[in-house]
Design a binder for this molecule. Structure first.
Ligand code: PHE
Length: 356
């Protein structure tokens, strides 16, 4: 009996896992195990022998069972220890570096401009980039054979030769959003419309897609004086210093009178600084909204009047952030974006405020 006990206790002690332990359990104290077989032999014994052998067998069974459960607990503890050691996590390690994107200078400048005009009471309006030629031309007082249609180097959307409907175009300016805003909101009205525009043109200073921002303010007595004040406030806030403007008489079919606006600048070693010196740089087209345009927008020109302007955004970004080549803006070169892009977590605010 001691042999049996020593054999099983040492087997249990050296078991490495629960499967082995279970095999030992079946062999030793299972229903058909060795102890059970010995129990069966009790019947053949004399009562005296049985008195000794019976309790001894029971004691052996108990001893083996408690050795089994002690070993089971030990194995479970060891497994847990191993897992804890294995899945240990050092929360003090520095995090892995992930590449972070950046905001494109054009997007950044659009946000800056929208922020400034929001403070001047202008809401943001939008229109489609694939526009019908009524919104892009006719409604803006540019009739079908007007030379301005040629000047715009328009991209036409393809239609079947048999299709006689007027063509759709890629909008050549943001001015169609003037019409859409008037039809949607009526007067009085104060909106800006930033977005992409398209002209079939490509050289050092022109790309077939570029960005404009349209401005439109309508009221009972809005005048050119308001236009001049708004633009000077805008450029001063945008460039962070007082900027003089110069208005030159010009012509656009959709404004009367019309003016092109220059900002004061200085050229030095091939770079230009806005708000200094006595050179001038053209930055936008503007004027008082033509009565025909108001009518296209469903507004009575005898009741309302106002100003409109349109300016290129890309050029403003180049000027403000010293970016030399326009074409690089749209090459999607990640090195360029990393260099000229902006931290996405920093949002533009007005330094010092409009009147600061
Ligand atoms: N749409 C004109 C352009 O693209 C700019 C402009 C807008 C001029 C509004 C006057 C009024 O050149």
């Amino acid at each position: 009996m001691d042999d049996l006990k020593n054999k099983y206790l040492s087997e249990i002690l050296s078991a490495q896992d629960e499967t082995t332990l279970e095999a030992i359990r079946l062999q030793a104290v299972g229903k058909k195990g060795e102890v059970a077989l010995k129990m069966r032999e009790l019947g053949k014994m004399s009562p005296e022998e049985r008195k000794v052998a019976g309790p001894a067998l029971n004691a052996l069974k108990d001893e083996i069972n408690s050795a089994l459960s002690a070993k089971k607990v030990a194995l479970e503890d060891a497994a847990l220890e191993a897992r804890l050691a294995d899945e240990w996590l050092d929360v003090t390690l520095p995090s892995r570096e992930r590449p972070q994107g950046s905001i494109h200078p054009v997007s950044r400048v659009m946000e800056e401009i929208s922020t400034i005009f929001a403070d001047l009471g202008f809401a943001v309006a939008e229109g489609p980039q694939v526009e019908d030629d009524w919104h892009n031309f006719d409604a803006l007082n540019i009739p079908p054979h007007h030379p301005a249609r040629q000047e715009h180097d328009t991209f036409y959307m393809h239609r079947d030769a048999s299709d006689e409907r007027p063509p759709h175009v890629l909008r050549t300016h943001t001015s169609p959003v003037q019409i859409r805003s008037m039809l949607k909101q009526g007067a009085p009205l104060r909106v800006i419309a930033p977005g992409r525009v398209y002209r079939c043109d490509y050289d050092q200073t022109h790309t077939p897609m570029f960005h404009q921002i349209e401005g439109l303010a309508l009221g009972k007595d809005i005048s050119m004086a308001n236009l001049k004040w708004v633009l000077e406030e805008f450029y001063t806030a945008f460039f962070g210093r007082p900027v003089k403007t110069r208005f030159r008489a010009s012509h656009f079919p959709f404004t009367e009178p019309s003016a092109e606006v220059d900002v004061q600048c200085k050229w030095e070693n091939g770079t230009v600084t806005v708000g200094e010196g006595d050179d001038w740089l053209e930055v936008l087209g503007s004027g008082m909204v033509h009565p025909n345009v108001l009518r296209s927008g469903g507004i009575d020109p005898n009741e309302y009047q106002g100003f409109a302007f349109g300016m290129g955004i890309d050029r403003l970004a180049m000027l403000k952030y010293g970016i030399p080549d326009l074409r690089a803006f749209f090459d999607s070169d990640l090195r360029w974006l990393k260099h000229y892009g902006f931290n996405p977590l920093v949002t533009p605010t007005l330094a010092g405020g409009i009147h600061g």
